[in-house]
Ligand binder design. Structure first.
Ligand code: IMP
Ligand code: MG
Length: 187
């Protein structure tokens, strides 16, 4: 039966897979090993994930971190469709005490840098001992805010991508791989 669910767009954008589930799995394991090494002497590691895009990356990376840690999430949002709005809202701030802790922020993708900058400023105000960042993807574009990632899964070209937590108008987050969206308005 050709049943079209309500609110489903009439035409779906073309998706072009660019990073496979196996490649993600391998790279996340490598990052996990590197993070465990780098934080070996640290007794209060706090992982803070930026919702909602980091959900898949967070869960898979956590499984690789065989060491004590604390976990929290923050929720920041900036995107509408495939175009950034430029302003970043902190919808959910940090809820645990991170003063004096070694904080590692986990995010899905570094694009303009505005989101991570906003999150880092928010967390820095809570006076952690160290504050570092780990992103699955880093887009090869000029940053609009001063921010660098300490750990990067994959460098990608300037294209709009979905899957493994990343969405396009709230769709495609569930894909186990990363795909480029090929539409007229996807940059
Ligand atoms: P930035 O503030 O421009 O660095 O963008 C960061 C946030 O925008 C990410 O955490 C994502 O949620 C979203 N974003 C940026 N680029 C993409 C993309 O290509 N696909 C899906 N979401 C994206
Ligand atoms: Mg995000």
């Amino acid at each position: 039966m050709n049943h079209t669910p309500a609110r489903q767009p009439c035409t779906s954008p073309r998706l072009r897979p660019i990073i496979t589930a196996a490649e993600i799995e391998r790279r996340v394991a490598e990052l996990g090993g590197q993070i465990c090494n780098d934080y070996a002497g640290c007794d209060d590691l706090v992982i803070i994930a930026v919702m909602r895009g980091a959900i898949f990356f967070l869960v898979d990376l956590l499984r690789q971190l065989d060491r004590p840690l604390r976990l929290d999430i923050v929720h920041a949002a900036s995107y509408r469709g495939a175009a950034t709005t430029g302003s970043v809202q902190m919808l959910q701030p940090v809820t645990i005490d991170i003063r004096g802790s070694d904080v590692l922020v986990i995010d899905d993708i570094l694009d303009t840098g505005l989101t991570l900058r906003r999150v880092l400023d928010h967390l820095a105000a809570c006076r952690p001992r160290t504050l570092r960042t780990c992103v699955l993807l880093s887009k090869n574009v000029p940053r609009q805010a001063e921010v660098t990632a300490d750990y990067i899964g994959f460098e990608i070209a300037d294209q709009f991508v979905v899957g493994y937590g990343l969405d396009y108008n709230d769709r495609y987050r569930h894909l186990p791989y990363i795909a480029a969206v090929e539409t007229d308005d996807a940059g």
